[in-house]
Design a protein around this ligand. Structure first.
Ligand SMILES: Cc1ncc(C[n+]2csc(CCOP(=O)(O)OP(=O)(O)O)c2C)c(N)n1
Length: 570
């Protein structure tokens, strides 16, 4: 049933007369042609010529404080804008610093192009400063593999046309694309021909309509549920129409929140880390014959590989990546469909009989908004913070919301409700602390909109780009869950019956934000939440709210700790 894609590339006509420019300018010209609008990075002598070339191009260059921050910001700028984003680094530590952010880009499916400096050929092996080459770095950094879809060292300007073509194809194809172009310092200013204009793009011709015709009778024959993931974010309207037409109940992954409205009568709940019990409860009590999986890998962060989620007749698993269906649940019956989800869902809709909703909302324990009830005195309960964010940020504004690895993403995924796609970002697979604290700057820069990061104090200390946000006027907001702990670790250790010190000396983040040029306020009780959020959302510059969090409220991470216990951690 798995159908391969046919990719048809539109090839450009040869240029009439090549113009000689520097190799750095020519590479930057390629970036602009393939739609890059932002370049984030940290400079250095090794990349000076490229940095200058970026600066005189139409691309907006933002100088960051850490390369990982630049890469996290690039990842989020891609998701917020849809455009590919460049990350630039110098040689040696500049390159290695960027790697965690690039791992996040790869795991989350962003389109990010890293351009790093490397040592010129004639200097390699001679103890050059920050020598950077296949001999001094892991060779895999320069090869396509687990981190990069494409990676190469430019050894001569003759390499450029092929690289330009590969980049154009990579950014045009569905799904993520993380590339690494290493540029020897000595080559950057060399003369070369400007590559052809109009690099074109790849088009995907798929067999979705035929596949939908094959699947429709299978789904029509039995009650089924829909399990949505981040890969379905471009298909929200089609998926909603399909669910309403067929009456199918819907669950989603944490990254899929908002693709189907979370307050819809057919929405059951969120699965995975920080999610709800309702989907597994629904599977056990309603026993749908099949689950139509759209755009989620069903990995640990989405499913915890819970056997309760496997329907008797198995999954019909649709994904643009043919390697995905069947991989997370290898023993479950799975019909693998490699298709574009929007096209497939539309084709399926045309072929499915209409049905009334299979179950009504009151038949399962439905996730509700955090109940703020009356305001408590003393430190702020995270549930009350989430309720205030729902009212003061999500319901009132169109701001993007990012939730950081740690208790932040558990509270946010569990309690916040989204009604449209593209408003909630969480990284459940890579889950690097610092991703949102820095990434929020990229979201804000790429859109000009407000972007709000919900982050722990530990993550904020690991990586924040407040000072970068000040420099470039990013409308970023940080809401810091300040509990003087790596609290996810502390609560996890307690749950697993182990003991270790996860404390952090208390930090005044409002003062820290002000010291870096942003606005910063302290919230020490629940009554102060709403005014602080209102001020943050109307401010024109970067803004930090330092929330004195009650550390003893246990975050909804039960399933994660159950998973660790099953692995023999305790
Ligand atoms: C780069 C990185 N290092 C370590 C971890 C493991 N880790 C996950 S959550 C966490 C603690 C988070 O603490 P904090 O940011 O203060 O948030 P809290 O859970 O207290 O709200 C750690 C260390 C990680 N996810 N990423």
């Amino acid at each position: 049933m798995n159908q391969p894609f046919a990719c048809v590339a539109e090839r450009p006509a040869a240029p009439a007369s090549p113009v000689a420019v520097t190799l750095a300018d020519a590479l930057v010209d390629v970036f602009t042609q393939i739609g890059v609008r932002h370049a984030f990075g940290v400079s250095g002598g090794g990349i000076a010529v490229l940095w200058a070339a970026l600066t005189r191009s139409p691309i907006r260059v933002c100088h960051f404080r850490h390369e990982a921050g630049a890469a996290f910001a690039a990842t989020e700028a891609h998701f917020a804008s849809g455009a590919p984003v460049v990350v630039f680094t110098t040689a040696g530590p500049g390159l290695t610093n960027a790697l965690t952010g690039l791992l996040a880009a790869r795991s989350d499916g962003a389109k990010v192009i890293l351009v790093s400096a490397c040592t010129s050929e004639e200097k390699r092996g001679r103890w050059a400063i920050q020598e950077t080459s296949r001999a001094t770095m892991p060779a895999q950094l320069y090869e396509a593999g687990a981190l990069f879809h494409m990676a190469t060292i430019i050894e001569s300007s003759a390499d450029l046309p092929g690289i330009a073509r590969a980049l154009a194809d990579g950014v045009a194809r569905p799904g993520g694309f993380v590339a690494h172009i290493a540029l020897p310092t000595g080559l950057q200013a060399s003369r070369c021909d400007k590559p052809a204009r109009g690099l074109g793009s790849s088009r995907v011709c798929d067999e979705s309509a035929q596949l939908a015709a094959d699947v429709a009778p299978l789904l029509a024959a039995t009650p089924f549920a829909i399990w949505l993931g981040f890969g379905a974010r471009g298909a929200a309207a089609a998926v909603r129409a399909l669910a309403e037409h067929t009456g199918a109940p819907v669950f989603c992954s944490p990254r899929g929140k908002g693709i189907f409205p979370e307050d819809h009568a057919q929405f059951v709940g969120v699965t995975g880390i920080g999610g709800h019990d309702a989907p597994a409860h629904f599977m056990r009590t309603h026993k749908p014959g099949r689950v139509l999986v759209l755009g989620t890998r069903l990995g640990e962060g989405t499913s915890f590989w819970d056997p309760a989620m496997v329907p008797a007749q198995g999954f019909i698993h649709v994904d643009i990546d043919p390697a995905v269906p069947g991989s997370a649940y290898p023993n479950a019956p799975t019909l693998a469909i490699c298709a574009d989800i929007d096209t497939f869902a539309k084709a399926l809709l045309e072929r499915m009989p209409s049905r009334r909703p299979q179950a009504s909302r009151d038949q399962w324990p439905h996730p509700s908004l955090a109940d703020d009830g009356e305001q408590h005195a003393g430190r702020v309960r995270p549930e009350a913070l989430m309720a205030a964010i729902q009212r003061g940020v999500i319901d009132k504004h169109d701001a993007l919301v990012l939730a950081e690895s740690g208790n932040s993403f558990a509270w946010a995924t569990h309690h916040l409700q989204f009604r449209e796609p593209g408003r909630y970002r969480v990284s459940t697979r890579c889950g690097a602390m610092g991703h949102c604290a820095a990434g929020v700057v990229g979201s804000a820069l790429a859109t000009g909109r407000k972007a709000v990061a919900i982050v722990g104090d530990g993550a904020m200390l690991m990586n924040n780009e407040i000072n970068t946000a000040v420099q470039f006027g990013a409308r970023a907001v940080w809401i810091v869950l300040n509990d003087a702990r790596y609290n996810m670790c502390h609560q996890g250790m307690v749950a697993l019956g182990m003991c270790a010190d996860a404390s952090i000396p208390k930090v005044d983040f409002a003062l820290m934000a002000r010291a870096m040029g942003a606005s910063g306020v302290r919230v020490s009780c629940e009554a102060e939440l709403a005014p602080a959020l209102a001020a943050a959302m109307t401010s024109t510059g970067p803004y930090l709210i330092d929330v004195d969090i009650d550390p003893d409220r246990v975050a909804p991470t039960l399933a994660r700790n159950r998973g660790l216990r099953a692995e023999g951690t305790a």
